[in-house]
Design a protein around this ligand. Structure first.
Ligand code: BTN
Length: 256
């Protein structure tokens, strides 16, 4: 399916004040955003760097993010930190996950059997497979929000085939989806409230009741997820019965 990004349409939807840098190919939109900020120019509004293809997409914890020519939506939204209300500073990454998951669910092509959910802290899953990764970084006075969404099916390395999924929309979606994500992020950074965002994150969470594995001090632990705390931490019960709240790091799912 032809699904081309239209920068003109994007400007119509999100406003002219947000600059848009659109490339056919980049190593990474987040790396490019850093270069742009490195020029020393001061941005009073946000800007977006988009690439149809990435050759060196970056994930969290130094991982790489597989990007495929034209089959995904790869962009980094850079926001001056002064535009973000301090009511959402803590739990910023949770807020972005909520904005992305709700945007996917607002689009008509996500039907009832295709609901986007959040895997703590900010991966987005559909039908138990990861369809979107989010990389939030801070540089100088800016937040850099890197978002990669697998839209159309492409071939994956064998080890990812069970874990990674695709949106597979019925109609072209890249431009309206990107616009909706930006609009929803803008709404939350100005009007959001962390208690309300955590409530929405709980409703979207796919982990409650799941068996997970996490690593702490080089030791692997198995646990059952009990819930999400008011500060966004993940409350788990370890196999020895003790209860713990994870505040950072990565977890993997053992069984749902
Ligand atoms: C993760 O799953 O660990 C986060 C992946 C983030 C990928 C996106 S794609 C657009 C932006 N540019 C990058 O290099 N990374 C982010």
């Amino acid at each position: 399916m032809d699904d081309f990004l239209s920068v003109n349409d994007l400007h119509d939807l999100i406003g002219e004040s947000t600059e848009i840098y659109h490339y056919d190919i980049l190593d990474s939109t987040s790396t490019e955003a850093r270069h742009i900020l490195g020029s020393g120019r001061i941005f009073e509004s946000g800007f977006i760097v988009i690439a149809d293809t990435q050759t060196d997409g970056r994930g969290r914890q130094g991982r790489s993010f597989v990007s495929s020519a034209d089959n995904g939506l790869y962009f980094t939204y850079v926001i001056p930190q002064v535009l973000v209300t301090d009511k959402v500073y803590s739990g910023f990454t949770t807020m972005i996950a909520v904005a992305v998951a709700e945007s996917l669910n607002e689009q008509i092509y996500i039907t009832a059997d295709k609901r986007a959910q959040i895997k703590w802290v900010n991966d987005i899953y559909v039908n138990r497979k990861k369809v979107c990764g989010i990389l939030c970084e801070a540089l100088k006075d800016y937040f850099l929000i890197g978002i990669g969404i697998n839209i159309y099916e492409f071939s994956l390395p064998e080890e990812l085939q069970d874990k990674v999924g695709f949106i597979n929309p019925a109609v072209p979606c890249k431009t309206p989806l990107l616009a909706l994500i930006i609009q929803n992020i803008n709404k939350l950074i100005t009007e959001g409230d962390s208690a309300e965002i955590i409530k929405r994150a709980r409703e979207l969470s796919m982990l409650i009741g799941s068996e997970i594995v996490f690593v702490e001090n080089n030791q692997e632990f198995e646990a059952t997820v009990l819930g999400i705390e008011d500060d966004g931490g993940l409350k788990v019960r370890l196999n020895d019965g003790s209860v713990k709240v994870l505040t950072s790091g990565e977890i993997s799912i053992k069984s749902f």
